[in-house]
Design a protein around this ligand. Structure first.
Ligand SMILES: Cc1cc2nc3c(=O)[nH]c(=O)nc-3n(C[C@H](O)[C@H](O)[C@H](O)COP(=O)(O)OP(=O)(O)OC[C@H]3O[C@@H](n4cnc5c(N)ncnc54)[C@H](O)[C@@H]3O)c2cc1C
Length: 459
């Protein structure tokens, strides 16, 4: 509308670089305490889907490129781009459940915790991300390795339909039947997606009758043998058992051991009954190294909410982070022996490595029609976690060195949700099977021919 001020176009807020609200809006766009030195020109806090279309129209008219954020959890802060218009979707956080159809409708900024809370009155569940604060937007767009994904598949397998605003300002519905190519891309393209998702419709699962978890903690020096034994066991367990190793630089003291670096073997069963869960977890009790464990946690009932609390403690907010992932053809024994050596010398005691065994279902039916795919036999994520800004360089270098030791050929696969996008120019490409990467490039050219949306962050 001629004569109208740009701010008046929006139900939400338009913030320019230099405005009083700018610094806090820019900082809030990145959950990581380490904020990249990149500065959008304009931030639009969208209050509605219409605001998103309006923001795109304004950006095009001003010749600005566009980036998007939902929960701001991308570790590399790829949502912050110099000179761009940032569409901040944090206001689109509604979440509602339709128990009759076993579906949920959620805004992109709704978090895993929001969804768990909304589902609480019903006997229904969803493979939410492991940490409570992760928003559905970037998580589902990346594929989503959530709780019980070994049984339920990547979380994006449960996306039934999305609403998007495209680069040319159209509002569309996408599903397997409608705009199917954009829907395919929305299930895995992650921070390179070339439209804005304003709403997800999700399929839900019957809530497990019993969630039971158990854990054995060993000195980090036992990482190789423990991983060799546990990988074999974990692969034979029913798919509703999630097994993960966590390597920490500084473990708490226990009744039998002083503080020190540790490897935790955690197993969680999402079963129909408590007895079924106990039976599924029973191999943990016959671990041949149990005598050398410094802590044994007997199987205990838990819930999605309590699993979230545990993860929140390991990945606290207001810390500085650098993260990277690796899919590899190597065994967990090889990879965790390498990572144990790195963790033992981590400059920060808060740093850790997470290595879930077979983190996602291998059932082709749960991996069909999506850009996401698992890319190796073993998988790990390494996190440098620290608080002192003066230690930024040391910790960032430690992460890169640790990951280089796990991937000597430099040809390993990555997971787009948590890879260190600025480590080298091939990070995004290596997050996809070659044919899927080609198709993503073709679809980006078709749906965003003028390159309105920023693509993957690179060095
Ligand atoms: C503490 C923590 C725990 C994590 N745990 C897990 C986990 O268990 N499993 C897992 O798979 N991942 C996990 N991740 C990674 C997480 O899935 C990604 O960081 C994801 O991007 C977070 O979503 P977000 O909406 O907060 O992302 P944002 O940082 O807001 O967005 C990242 C990018 O995604 C794109 N994007 C986001 N929303 C939209 C949208 N609505 N429309 C179009 N594009 C959009 C944009 O390109 C944006 O730049 C974790 C991350 C953190 C920080």
């Amino acid at each position: 509308m001629p004569g109208r001020s740009p701010a008046a176009r929006f139900e939400g807020t338009l913030i320019r670089r230099g405005d009083r609200a700018y610094d806090s809006a820019r900082a809030a766009a990145v959950w990581n305490g380490l904020k990249p030195e990149r500065f959008p020109e304009v931030i639009v806090r969208a209050a509605s889907e219409r605001d998103v279309a309006e923001a795109l129209s304004y950006a095009r008219s001003e010749g600005m490129r566009v980036s998007t954020r939902s929960g701001g959890h991308n570790w590399s802060g790829s949502q912050l781009r110099d000179g761009s218009l940032l569409i901040d979707l944090s206001g689109l956080r509604q979440c509602s459940i339709a128990p009759g159809t076993m579906t949920a409708t959620a805004g992109p900024a709704a978090t895993g915790q929001d969804l768990v809370r909304a589902l609480a009155p019903y006997d229904l569940a969803f493979p939410v991300g492991h940490c409570p604060s992760v928003a559905l937007g970037g998580f589902l767009l990346s594929g989503g390795l959530g709780w019980n994904s070994r049984a339920w598949g990547p979380s994006c397998a449960d996306v039934l339909e999305i609403r998007v605003v495209t680069a040319d300002g159209r509002t569309l519905t996408c599903s397997e039947a409608e705009n199917a190519d954009l829907f395919w891309a929305a299930r895995g393209a992650g921070p390179g997606f070339f439209a804005v998702v304003t709403r997800f419709r999700l399929g839900l699962h019957p809530h497990p009758g019993a969630i039971v978890t158990t854990g054995l903690t060993f000195p980090l020096s036992a990482a190789g043998p423990v991983a060799a034994w546990a990988e074999g066991v974990a692969r034979e367990l029913p798919v509703n058992v999630e097994t993960a190793f966590v390597l920490t630089a500084s473990g708490e003291p226990t009744a039998t051991a002083p503080p020190g670096p540790r490897i935790l073997l955690a197993m969680t069963a999402f079963a129909t009954t408590h007895d079924e869960a106990l039976a599924a977890l029973s191999p943990a009790a016959s671990c041949p190294f149990a005598d050398s464990a410094v802590l044994v946690r007997a199987p205990e009932p838990t819930s999605f909410a309590r699993l979230h609390q545990g993860a929140d403690a390991a990945w606290p907010s207001a810390h500085r982070y650098a993260a990277d992932t690796l899919w590899s053809a190597e065994t967990y024994e090889t990879q965790l022996t390498r990572m144990a050596a790195a963790v033992a010398h981590a400059p920060s005691g808060k740093s850790l490595v997470l290595a879930p065994v077979q983190p996602v279902s291998e059932d082709p039916a749960l991996l069909r029609n999506m850009a996401f795919s698992p890319l190796g036999e073993s998988y790990l994520v390494c996190y440098a976690v620290w608080t002192d800004p003066a230690a930024d360089g040391t910790n960032a270098r430690w992460l890169r060195d640790a990951m280089a030791s796990a991937d000597p050929s430099g040809r390993g696969g990555r997971y787009i949700a948590e890879t260190d996008l600025e480590a080298d120019a091939s990070r995004a490409r290596r997050s996809y099977a070659p044919a899927d990467w080609e198709r993503l490039q073709e679809l980006k050219a078709a749906w965003d021919p003028e390159n309105v949306f920023h693509s993957y962050l690179a060095p």
